[in-house]
Design a protein around this ligand. Structure first.
Ligand code: ADP
Ligand code: GLC
Length: 490
């Protein structure tokens, strides 16, 4: 099958979160299954042109009343693969260091709507430029949700309009909401500005348009696929998802074991695996040294996170004063909301022996925290899938999680009597519940080392391979093509 992955970010070229991991890694596994898969994303300033070749013809992208916008297309390969990746270069839209958020205002760029409508349509025009018609456009989140809308409207009578689409939901919180006038930029006709189309509370909502127009929809875990059909997790679009429940499924993300494997991780002081854990202890000592914490044998609780409400960090902040009374150390790496950039370093200055933090984005340190910590804290309010808890399972660092979405699906609660489970869960998210759950994990570490070692072992021997997820995506593509064309793809 021919599949075009359309995404606003992909590793290793540009990343703000797990979406980039999925868009940059899943294609490799689809290619291994024999598919002709290609990727398209913007060329932000941070994407170097060194290894890329420019296509001979420029790409014209109609933008309604804004007029046709011209872009250069650069072609490269996903690392260690033959998978082509195309970068859309447009100075005005993508010639920026930051992907979505203006570094000066900490707000989304005011023209994000136009930027990503442009990307969504550029993906379709690109296939015409390449004379390569995909069977499936695989789009991701609101940024590229307009692609299925375009396929069903302005391209309906063209060969590319027969292509199926799959919309993957990584996060329902961001929806691409804009003023009604965006309809004239989309250029698809005002009849689509209605409650069963792009209209939501008097505004244009690109994600909603995608949800109605995509052939099939999936969320990045079965748990999240279920949750988003409820008001508590649907961010206003739960009714749309209930409408489309028959076409909605969940596929868990995998781990890229080439990047996240403690037995062969170049970022670590020492490597280790489930049968030879001495290296993990060396990693712990090294982490304490790196973070300026005393090298004592107390449990270290690690966190690597966007510092956003989604991740429950406000609850962590509220629970910290009590948590820091325990004989533990906490290590935090993250970036995000402005208040957190001030608050956590201030706590660290007051509790230098127990709490250390780094504000910023640091992939190597993220690896060293996963390896050096004894427990990993991830109390997300909602979590579509979550990758860090998967990494911590693989690194022998049992996760402490709020039982939602992908966290609930991938972490099994410790049961002392049955000696089962891979982590510690809370079903309520407030400072008291967080304190209790961390306290339980810490108590287990101190007082039941054998049981704790069992939790570590079970987590480390579990596999969350992309092979399995890629096969599930393959089945979704087949179903989508069947829906769209009545034919089974070859
Ligand atoms: P989300 O995409 O919602 O942020 P995920 O758990 O799916 O959450 O993915 C987060 C990814 O980003 C992981 O690969 C994680 O290691 C990485 N990450 C997040 N914050 C940082 C940071 N400050 N430094 C390094 N890596 C980070
Ligand atoms: C989003 C979600 C996260 C998920 C990632 C990749 O950023 O917040 O839970 O793992 O997308 O699908």
């Amino acid at each position: 099958m021919r599949v075009l992955m359309v995404a606003s970010e992909a590793v290793p070229f540009a990343k703000t979160g797990g979406l980039a991991d999925v868009a940059g890694v899943l294609p490799r596994f689809l290619a291994d299954l024999g598919h002709d898969v290609r990727v398209v994303m913007p060329r932000y300033y941070g994407v170097s042109r060194d290894q890329l070749t420019v296509l001979p013809h420029p790409l014209g992208v109609p933008m309604g009343i804004v007029g046709t916008q011209w872009a250069q297309v650069y072609e490269g390969r996903l690392p260690h693969t033959d998978v082509p990746i195309y970068f859309i270069e447009h100075e005005q839209y993508f010639g920026r260091e930051s992907l979505y958020v203006d570094p000066l205002t900490h707000e989304g760029y005011p023209d994000n709507d136009n930027r990503f409508v442009f990307l969504s349509r550029a993906a379709i025009e690109l296939t015409r430029l390449l004379h390569w018609t995909p069977d499936v456009f695989h789009v991701n989140d609101w940024h590229t949700a307009a692609t299925p809308v375009f396929l069903n409207t302005v391209y309906r009578d063209e060969p590319v309009g027969r292509a199926a689409s799959l919309l993957t939901l990584h996060n329902m919180e961001h929806q691409g909401t804009s003023y009604p006038g965006l309809m004239d930029v989309l250029g698809i006709g005002w009849e689509h500005f209605n409650p069963r189309g792009l209209e939501f509370q008097g505004q244009v909502n690109l994600l909603k348009g995608g949800l109605y127009h995509a052939t099939l929809i999936n969320a990045v875990s079965p748990g999240y696929a279920h949750e988003i059909q409820t008001p508590a997790f649907g961010h206003g679009l739960d009714g749309v998802l209930r409408d489309r429940a028959a076409d909605l499924s969940g596929v868990l993300n995998g781990i890229d074991y080439r990047e996240w494997n403690p037995a062969a991780d170049p970022y670590l002081t020492a490597q280790y695996d489930v049968d030879e854990m001495a290296g993990k202890y060396a990693c712990k000592r090294a982490l304490q040294a790196e973070m300026g914490l005393p090298q004592r044998d107390v449990p270290i609780i690690g966190m690597v996170s966007r510092l956003a409400r989604q991740k429950g960090i406000d609850v962590v902040a509220a629970a910290l004063p009590r948590l820091l009374e325990l004989d533990i150390q906490i290590v935090l790496l993250g970036s995000g909301e402005a208040w957190a950039h001030a608050h956590f370093p201030w706590i660290a200055s007051r509790h230098p022996k127990r709490f250390a933090c780094r504000i910023g984005y640091d992939n190597a340190l993220a690896h060293r925290i996963e390896a050096g910590a004894d427990l990993f804290l991830m109390p997300s309010r909602f979590e579509p899938c979550g990758l860090n808890q998967l990494y911590s399972l693989a690194y022998g660092t049992p996760p402490i999680v709020h039982a939602v979405g992908g966290l609930d699906d991938t972490v099994e609660n410790f049961d002392a009597r049955a000696n089962t489970g891979t982590g510690f869960k809370t079903w309520t998210l407030d400072p008291a519940a967080l304190y209790d759950t961390v306290g339980w994990a810490v108590h287990t570490w101190y007082n039941a080392p054998e049981a704790f070692a069992g939790i570590v072992r079970r987590g480390m021997t579990q596999r969350f391979g992309w092979e399995e997820s890629a096969r599930e995506y393959e089945q979704l593509y087949v179903r989508a093509v069947e829906h769209r064309t009545g034919r089974t793809p070859t």
